[in-house]
Design a protein around this ligand. Structure first.
Ligand SMILES: *Cc1c(COP(=O)(O)O)cnc(C)c1O
Length: 498
């Protein structure tokens, strides 16, 4: 091994050995459970053609299977293990009290078809969360129906379509999207029936105003803008963008995945956005590794309130009663029931525990942390756009690639050997060999310093011993994987060896 071994390497190797041994420990006849003699009359069996003669499962004792799954559970990486700077995903620490509250029986054991009078508390949580989010982001109203950011985008695009249709503006068929946007933006616009036109970023990472002007005409339905952008930069052209889109009768849609950078400082509704989605699982905490679970709140201005997806919770003061309703011109439902309620409870608990002061502190610390990383690493990694960043910073590994073929992927894989989750790579698409780092507000200076020193070591390893990076990670049960194959042909079950 190399000179930069990390303390838990031996431990990981040992785990890997145990895992291999367990997988191969199957012995004919060894069992972990005894089923008592049946005391009910024997029933007619399934027809023979449906019965298997052999069921090739590993035959192991209870202690072996418990060890196997306990070991397996430790191979997962999560924010509870270590630093997880996966840009744009906002992998902040999720306070455990949120989970505890969401699993209270009164909240976790209710059924979506229960009569309203028996779930007043749950409806009150949804009602108050609607109001808190509208207040925090500066909008008129909220729907908590969408179950992810992407689904909220689809809802926003369907609202945009219904709004124009209702005004007789069926010729408005075009949605403009900046070229640094997340792939879900164009996908959502197309799903809602729009044509998408990509608007380039200028050399400062802002929306290119000349290109925007050229793309705007009467068929403009709206613009989808991520503020701050996925470059981690605040688009300083926002006032002009807003004016031009509105003058042309378009809707300004805000992708609020990066709301962590703005909380308590700027309300997107006051900046001029007509719609904003918030990925509650990112900004307002919820364990969300591996693509879920999540919740995508959608906030809108007054003129779009009648179009919100149902259900919305309303409160009658006279009757002191919470009830569910569907707005007049609603685009309909996004799913079967009332959104992802568990995620909504966590967001509510998070906001209530932090209070206004705590919420205001989030963006401040998230932005300072990202800039601390930026200024400590810009000497070692190329910074394509040299500006003060917001809550995340995007470096490029293109210099390494030119020098000796080391790619962003190799740097990320080596970072795993230092016990750190890789940053987001190859996104945004407009940065060659992008490494997008988002520390979030929940990391200490010591953790950031460990990350910075690891990255500096890796930068020097890339020059002195590039093979070390190309073959990384070295300290994990599996080393370099064929990720395309793993995604297309996942090997998820034990198979008996012949
Ligand atoms: C995460 C993200 C999305 C998609 O949100 P999901 O909740 O994953 O569906 C959209 N845009 C940006 C900028 C994101 O980071």
């Amino acid at each position: 091994m190399n000179s930069h071994q990390i303390p838990n390497e031996h431990h990981i190797k040992q785990q890997s050995l145990i895992r291999k041994l367990l997988m191969d420990r199957s012995q004919p006849g060894r069992i972990g459970a005894h089923i008592p003699q049946s005391d009910v009359p024997k029933q007619q069996q399934l027809p023979n053609k449906y019965l298997r003669k052999e069921l090739p499962l590993p035959e192991v004792s209870e202690s072996e299977i418990v060890r196997y799954f306990s070991q397996l559970s430790q191979f997962n990486f999560s924010i509870d293990h270590n630093f997880y700077p996966l840009g744009s995903c906002t992998m902040k620490y999720n306070p455990k009290i949120n989970d505890e509250i969401a699993s209270l029986p009164g909240l976790s054991e209710i059924h979506p078809l229960q009569p309203e009078e028996s779930i007043q508390g749950a409806l009150k949580i949804i009602f108050e969360l609607q109001n808190l989010l509208a207040e925090i982001t500066g909008f008129d109203s909220t729907s908590l129906a969408p179950m992810a950011g992407a689904e909220a985008e689809l809802a926003g695009m369907l609202i945009t379509r219904s709004f124009h249709k209702n005004n007789g503006d069926t010729h408005k068929t075009k949605i403009l999207i900046t070229d640094s946007a997340h792939g879900t933006n164009p996908a959502s616009a197309v799903m809602a029936g729009f044509d998408v036109i990509s608007i380039p970023s200028d050399k400062n990472g802002n929306t290119d105003i000349e290109a925007l002007k050229a793309a705007i005409n009467d068929d403009l339905a709206g613009l989808m803008l991520t503020q701050p952008s996925t470059l981690g930069l605040f688009d300083t052209n926002i006032i002009e963008i807003c004016k031009r889109v509105k003058d042309a009768g378009g809707i300004l849609y805000g992708d609020g995945a990066n709301l962590n950078a703005l909380l308590g400082r700027i309300k997107p509704g006051e900046l001029g956005f007509d719609i904003l989605h918030s990925n509650l699982h990112k900004t307002f905490t919820q364990p969300h590794g591996g693509g879920g679970p999540g919740a995508g709140a959608i906030m809108v201005s007054k003129k779009l309130t009648p179009y919100l997806p149902s259900p919305i919770v309303q409160y009658s003061k006279d009757e002191d009663f919470y009830s569910i309703y569907t707005p007049k011109k609603s685009i309909g439902r996004m799913g079967g029931f009332h959104g992802n309620f568990g995620a909504l409870v966590r967001a509510y608990s998070y906001i209530k525990t932090l209070g206004k002061e705590g919420i205001d502190q989030i963006s401040k610390n998230a932005v300072i942390n990202a800039n601390y990383i930026k200024s400590n690493l810009e000497e070692y990694f190329e910074l394509p756009i040299k500006r003060i960043c917001m809550h995340e910073v995007v470096f490029s590994a293109s210099n390494f690639k030119k020098h000796n073929g080391i790619k962003a992927l190799d740097i990320s894989k080596r970072l795993i050997d230092y016990g750190i989750h890789p940053p987001t790579m190859y996104f945004p698409l407009i940065i060659d060999e992008a490494l997008m780092i988002e520390p979030t507000e929940t990391e200490s200076k010591e953790t950031l310093d460990y990350f910075i020193s690891s990255m500096i070591k890796i930068a020097s390893e890339a020059k002195q011993d590039p093979e070390l990076l190309r073959n990384a990670p070295h300290n994990t049960p599996n080393s370099r994987l064929d990720e395309a194959l793993a995604a297309r042909k996942p090997n998820l079950r034990w198979q008996k060896k012949d």
